[in-house]
Write a protein that binds this ligand. Sequence first.
Ligand SMILES: O=C[C@H](O)[C@H](O)COP(=O)(O)O
Ligand SMILES: C=C(OP(=O)(O)O)C(=O)O
Ligand SMILES: [Mn+2]
Length: 415
Amino acid sequence: MTGSRRWRGTSLEADHSLAGEVAAALAKPAAQQPLWPDPVRAAEVVGLLHGAEPIVTPEETARLSGRLAAVARGDAFLLQGGDCAETFADNTEPHLRANLRVLGRMAAVIAGESGLPVVTIARMAGQYAKPRSKPLDALGLPAYRGDIVNSPESTLVARTPDPDRMLRAHAHAADAMAVIRRAGTAEEIYVGHELLLLDYEQSVLFVDGYGPRRLASGLAHFLWVGERTRQLDGAHIAFARLLANPIGLKIGPTVTPEQAVEYVERLDPHGTPGQLTLVSRMGYQRVREVLPTIVEKVTASGHEVIWQCDPVHGNTRISGNGHKTRHVAHIVDELRGFFEVHRRLGTHPGGIHVEVTGEDVTECLGGAAGITESDLPARYRTACDPRLNADQSIELSFTVAELLRGSWNRRWGRT
Ligand SMILES: O=C[C@H](O)[C@H](O)COP(=O)(O)O
Ligand SMILES: C=C(OP(=O)(O)O)C(=O)O
Ligand SMILES: [Mn+2]
């Protein structure tokens, strides 16, 4: 890694007005943040992280921005995927390589079968923070919020937020990135994670030298704001607006077309094709009803966003035997709905965002192997949401390729 705090030449600390903008963004209300029991230690850790090594280089991030502009224009497809929650225990070379391998195979299927180049972003090297629907679990303990905050075991000690975990997360992210670089994939894989834990995300920032004066995060190439932290006047949106990195925004079925346009104007202030990826996660029952007007209004705004489908987060349910799961049939149905909407409106169905692993887990129902509820306990290993296993992921990529081939051929007048 060539990077250091000095390798950009311009540190955030040297630019007082941008540092002021960061402070103003972070002063806004922030959802889903842990209450550190020792705020003094938390502040010390944030200070230590300010001197931490970057995980990615700005050159790589700028290259990704170029690739995403091609996606926004309809000339490429964005594949994003990986664990729901990376864990410190699973930050091993075999696990990372298995996930990289499945993403590589998915990309090869989609590119080979559709004829469109594929840009791949792994949920990797930093996907350690989780938003939760409830602050307490069924036992009344603080919810597990990802390894960067606390530990999943069902004890009060394990669930108490520990700021030192941010230092461990940074070290693990650096190790994971080293594995990715060593894996030396022919197509360089980019990394992204949810921009959630603001104490962590504010730490490794530089003044970007590649475009309008903004900040570059050194923690990932791509960052997205989640469904639970996208309050229009909240800290996450205000902070994401300052970044030069390409940004994703998850949008669920409660978002209105007017709000969608407002998000686009805030998060793509300079009108850069591909700067913003709108990640539609409507659920298979709502996508055909809710998405069309959003796409129409955003398209009319003139911003060239990437339309990406997350067909998993709107389709989560609890199985009869108590496992958080998803059915492949629902995932495929949401994808079909997403492609139908874009085909009807003449817009580019630009990508998918999925939770997958290269391992042979039994977390999602269905697929060619016909996983049933009674199969789930056999290899249910996720730390948070259920992931498609390797076979289910490859099967899904054939479906995506078939849908994409239909859209792509139509676009170019092929049969
Ligand atoms: O990926 C994230 C989950 O969907 C999110 O953490 C919510 O999960 P929960 O409903 O189990 O809290
Ligand atoms: C929490 C996630 O998604 P969403 O914000 O769409 O619920 C996620 O991607 O893991
Ligand atoms: Mn998830």
